[in-house]
Design a protein around this ligand. Structure first.
Ligand SMILES: Cc1ncc(C[n+]2csc(CCOP(=O)(O)OP(=O)(O)O)c2C)c(N)n1
Ligand SMILES: [Mg+2]
Length: 356
């Protein structure tokens, strides 16, 4: 089955264009646009990990290694489209236009973090695995019924494909031709569980066959491949041809979140090797060098711009008062249940506060 879904690549890890198609996309301007966005979100990501370590934000899910998947797909969208992300896809939402400050507020437990900038359709991140798929499919179906040309993209991981919501989402989208792109980032782990222990299939793409959904397996560290295939999927969606499943094969270099230690479940050398071989940013650097587009002054400038933008967002986030931990209990039911009331009391006691 793996042979039925060969990994689609345009730019190899050394930065060579190896496809006969879409050569026209390889311009200095576009390559630099991709690179700049990827530097920007990596700068944010590393800063956020550091903020968590200092106790300045809560638990954080880093996406380092997955920048090409997130930037390439987000830049393929129209501004009126919808994004239904997970907790690891703020690289995509920030590329799309989400506020960096609000993303930080989200990770600091404040509700403002779920509010996208005016006019952008960014759903709050799905934390229960795969729940965002049926949401995305429903939103896409609604757009179709309204006769708009808005498409929907939803992100999810390899582990999410073991959930019922994944299968329900794909089936509904297929039957009703919902204009949705199922964008899977196969980083090959669901927390500590490698793909080989999660499923018998060697690919995620083949799961689309069961629903008669056109599916493609791509190199998720090749931003050009991600961009082209997402654009094609969005065009199909807008043309009334229904959903597409994209499996972007990638890797996260760090921990699942700041709450776990990956050295407990995988050899760290593998991540180091993978970084050297196929880091999505290094690949673009190699490509730029080969084409004579790499300019250190420019790289320093965009890096400094990114640092300043992120620092500004941190400052703005820290101007907000910290969230009230009691809130996690207050908005679950209209009237708090006895067991939740007990938990709330225990938590507040532990934190040294009084019950309100
Ligand atoms: C319904 C549900 N079950 C379990 C969890 C705990 N959990 C959080 S992340 C995760 C792994 C998800 O892996 P994957 O879909 O591959 O996404 P990744 O984190 O690798 O991006 C699990 C099991 C959850 N959030 N929701
Ligand atoms: Mg995963």
């Amino acid at each position: 089955m793996e042979n039925q879904f060969p990994i689609q690549q345009f730019l190899d890890p050394q930065g060579n264009w190896i496809s006969e198609n879409h050569q026209e996309l390889l311009t200095e301007e576009r390559t630099k646009e991709f690179y700049q966005q990827m530097i920007r979100i990596r700068t944010f990501d590393r800063k956020a990990v550091s903020l968590q370590r200092q106790g300045r934000i809560g638990t954080y899910a880093a996406f380092e290694g997955q920048e090409a998947s997130q930037v390439g797909s987000a830049l393929a969208l129209n501004k009126k489209d919808w994004i239904f992300p997970t907790y690891r896809d703020h690289g995509a939402t920030m590329t799309f236009g989400h506020s960096l400050r609000n993303v930080l507020l989200f990770w600091n437990g404040r509700n403002e973090g779920n509010i996208p900038p005016e006019g952008l359709n960014i759903f709050p991140p799905g934390i229960p695995i795969a729940t965002q798929l049926p949401h995305a499919v429903g939103a896409a179906f609604a757009e179709k019924r309204k006769g708009t040309k808005k498409a929907v993209i939803t992100y999810f991981g390899d582990g999410a494909t073991s959930e019922g919501d994944f299968h329900e989402g794909l089936n509904f989208a297929s039957v009703f031709s919902s204009p949705v792109v199922f964008f899977n980032q196969n980083n090959q782990y669901a927390i500590s569980v490698p793909m080989s222990k999660q499923m018998k299939t060697k690919t995620i793409a083949q799961k689309g066959l069961a629903y008669d959904i056109p599916s493609v397996r791509i190199d998720g560290n090749d931003v050009f491949s991600v961009y082209v295939h997402t654009l094609e999927a969005l065009e199909r969606a807008r043309a009334g041809q229904g959903p597409t499943l994209i499996e972007a094969v990638t890797w996260r270099y760090g921990a699942h979140t700041t709450a776990d230690d990956p050295s407990k479940y995988r050899d760290q050398q593998e991540s180091t090797n993978r970084r050297e071989e196929s880091d999505p940013l290094l690949r673009l650097e190699r490509c730029m060098k080969q084409n004579g587009w790499f300019n250190e002054e420019w790289v320093n400038k965009i890096t400094n711009d990114a640092v300043q933008e992120v620092e500004q967002a941190v400052e703005e986030m820290e101007a907000y008062v910290k969230p009230d931990p009691a809130m996690i209990f207050d908005y679950v039911y209209q009237e708090i249940t006895p067991s939740l009331a007990k938990q709330k009391k225990a938590l507040l006691h532990m934190l040294g506060g009084d019950e309100q």
